[in-house]
Write a protein that binds this ligand. Structure first.
Ligand SMILES: *Cc1c(COP(=O)(O)O)cnc(C)c1O
Length: 397
């Protein structure tokens, strides 16, 4: 049988940049001020990023992983403490907890929004629990009403892992305003990027002062006498990274709006295909910047072609697609409790406690946010390719 003809399209390339990035980076290079201690780009970026999120304090750091580690340190979380994390997230959410010698307690996610299941948090709280790290999965904010209620009741810190969620909102309020600290990643694929980079927000002045000290070897602002007033390390963002991020942030609102419109359109196209179910949207989410477009793939509706094989086939058709994160406790080091000297006790996570995360590990496919930054033709192409592949499997049976 003749194959269905689908005219191939080229997707938008990421990272995206123009004269603005070039201009700002050139300014840094020419100025000779390449680090935050003498330049003004990191300060400007911090001011702009805080303003955009209606947050009081912002700190640029080297990446999103250390942003979490610095947050843990600022809250003095360490040996003997427990921190609640979602079962489905990028591994840094969990490794940051282990690096400060605390124990990650894994809680399942819910199946529609892929965020931590707030109704399962209380059962995981013990006298040792210090904090909850909700991850705003793929840009979809977690149920912050419920998470804030639980944290208040049990006197727990909240660290929002907003690595996917620059500019996201829950009931009209920007992420970064619900917990004690919020962290963001500006790694190469993220919604705004300097190749590597991270950001921390807080509304608490005292915490901000601690975060600042920890990120620069414990030295107070302006110190020339090698005072190290608390234990810190070097997690500073450079002026060149900040120059890129100033430009990237200027473009973010426009790109977010485009992704919102295109995600809704892609939802319509995808929902018409039997066996494809996209991540749903809670009505309390007022902005979802769509870091990833995630969907379940039911292989039984696709001639039993496996999810992994299907991702390969999408890639061959020029559609950038990836398999979802594994359940964090199913990663090799975690499963075998290879925590080095950080945690001595074994951690067992039962399969029956992470059923939804396991289904996401096995069945979910994600497309990167830049597939939503092109034209409608790109969205149609994605749906047409999926239908074409589906038809070819049916014909091969
Ligand atoms: C990307 C990411 C991080 C880590 O950020 P890096 O900048 O890559 O270190 C942390 N948490 C989540 C959920 C992420 O996706």
């Amino acid at each position: 049988m003749a194959e269905m003809e689908v005219k191939r399209v080229e997707f938008i390339k990421w990272p995206m940049s123009n004269h603005r990035e070039q201009e700002l980076v050139n300014e840094v290079v020419a100025s000779g001020n390449w680090w935050r201690m003498t330049g003004d780009k990191v300060k400007t970026f911090e001011k702009n990023f805080a303003e955009y999120h209606n947050a009081k304090y912002c700190l640029g750091v080297s990446n999103g992983t250390v942003a979490l580690e610095v947050a843990m340190a600022a809250l003095d979380i360490g040996a003997g403490d427990e921190v609640i994390v979602p079962a489905n997230t990028f591994i840094s959410t969990v490794t940051a907890v282990i690096y400060c010698n605390a124990k990650p307690v894994v809680v399942d996610v819910e199946p529609d929004y892929f965020c931590i299941d707030a109704s399962k948090i209380e059962a995981a709280i013990t006298p040792r629990t210090k904090a909850i790290i909700p991850v705003h999965m793929a840009g979809h904010a977690c149920d912050m009403d419920e998470i804030c209620r639980i944290a208040k009741k049990h006197k727990l810190y909240i660290i929002e892992d907003a690595s996917h969620a620059h500019g996201a909102e829950w009931k009209g309020r920007k992420v970064g305003n619900f917990g004690d600290i919020a962290t963001f990643s500006c790694q190469n694929g993220k919604l705004m990027t300097s190749g590597e980079g991270g950001v921390i927000l807080t509304n608490n002045e005292e915490l901000y002062e601690r975060l600042y000290l920890i990120h620069t070897g414990g030295r107070p602002k302006g110190d020339k006498l090698y005072r190290h007033v608390l234990l810190g390390s070097n997690y500073r963002l450079s002026e060149i990274q900040a120059a890129l991020l100033i430009a990237q942030l200027e473009r973010l609102p426009e790109l977010t709006e485009k992704r919102e419109i295109h995600a809704e359109k892609l939802d319509k196209l995808m929902c018409s295909i039997e066996g494809i179910i996209p991540q749903k949207r809670d009505s309390a989410v007022t902005i979802n910047p769509h870091y990833m477009y995630m969907f379940y793939y039911d292989s039984s509706k696709f001639g039993n072609v496996s999810r992994n094989e299907f991702v390969e086939l999408l890639n061959q058709e020029g559609v950038p697609a990836y398999v979802s994160y594994p359940v964090v406790s199913n990663t090799e080091f975690f499963k075998e409790n290879r925590f080095r000297s950080h945690i001595k006790e074994a951690i067992t996570v039962l399969d029956s406690d992470v059923v939804n995360a396991k289904r996401i590990e096995d069945e979910v496919i994600w497309l990167p946010h830049y597939v939503l930054l092109g034209e409608e033709a790109h969205l149609e192409y994605i749906a047409e390719v999926i239908k074409k592949l589906k038809k070819s499997f049916a014909e091969n049976v």
